[in-house]
Design a protein around this ligand. Sequence first.
Ligand SMILES: Nc1nc2c(ncn2[C@@H]2O[C@H](COP(=O)(O)OP(=O)(O)OP(=O)(O)O)[C@@H](O)[C@H]2O)c(=O)[nH]1
Length: 318
Amino acid sequence: MVRMSEPSPAPAPAVPHRSGFACFVGRPNAGKSTLTNALVGTKVAITSNRPQTTRHTVRGIVHRPEAQLVLVDTPGLHKPRTLLGERLNDVVRTTWAEVDAIGFCLPADQKLGPGDRYIAKELAESRKTPKVAVVTKTDLVDSKTLAGQLLAVDRLAAELGFEWAEIVPVSAVDGSQVQLLADLLVPLLPEGPPLYPDGDLTDEPEQVMVAELIREAALEGVRDELPHSIAVVVEEMTPREGRPADRPLLDVFANIFLERPSQKGIVIGPKGQRLKDVGSRSRTQIEALLGTPVYLDLHVKIAKDWQRDPKQLRRLGF
Ligand SMILES: Nc1nc2c(ncn2[C@@H]2O[C@H](COP(=O)(O)OP(=O)(O)OP(=O)(O)O)[C@@H](O)[C@H]2O)c(=O)[nH]1
């Protein structure tokens, strides 16, 4: 078609508003939480430089004039060894069936491995949901390595008999292509009104986010000794009575649960110093999250073999 002089522009058809859910999957440490934070623009998911810190489904919400994208952050999918592992995998699969798009995160700086293949195979089963391959951490590699990774990712889907809706390289750290990823996810959402009020970043109950901040602080530096043995439950969060309106204080009562008495010393530290540090570090984070001064009351308790006991798992929120 030869385009002649532009006709006077017809009023642009109103773009239909879209809204829906997407989740990021990928092996531990693939960069899912960091990407969620980069898209949402605030720290909502818990990140760390060690695997498996995301246990609860944390949602971040990307607000756009024409769309609302609700991000669901799932735990990593891996071969289950305990009851907790099985439960976590169930959570992941259920999430995949419910969302409108799945972003599969694959770090650019690591060759595809058996962990990626395991997840990709599971993804192939989830036929209906569009799958976007997100090659993360592109700031860590040169363009040649990146090109090789993009090809390998393309091939992975072909081998398993499905097609990526998109393949997008991103860096959550320098922000490159993060907006493009949002642009590509939006058309995969169904038409519909916003699902959450403007300005909401997450609907994760505050207590769960507070518990995750404490767990993250409690794991700092002792992950090798206590890889998955720490659970945190926030028992109560109440505004302190009788405080002047301009000087509120929130009382937070939380328990750190360990599996064995022998782990207590590691978490509490000599003369209780480590627990004190955990308390002050997580308190700062909680204050930043909730925007109010906090009094944090932390106790360490033993819930014997909680990972294997369905009753304990329920009590601890799994
Ligand atoms: N250089 C670089 N590092 C990144 C990027 N994204 C994430 N990381 C780092 O990779 C590590 C893991 O990132 P997370 O976002 O916690 O990974 P995850 O996939 O959520 O991990 P799990 O919660 O264990 O499943 C952290 O140390 C991040 O700082 C990136 O774009 N560039």
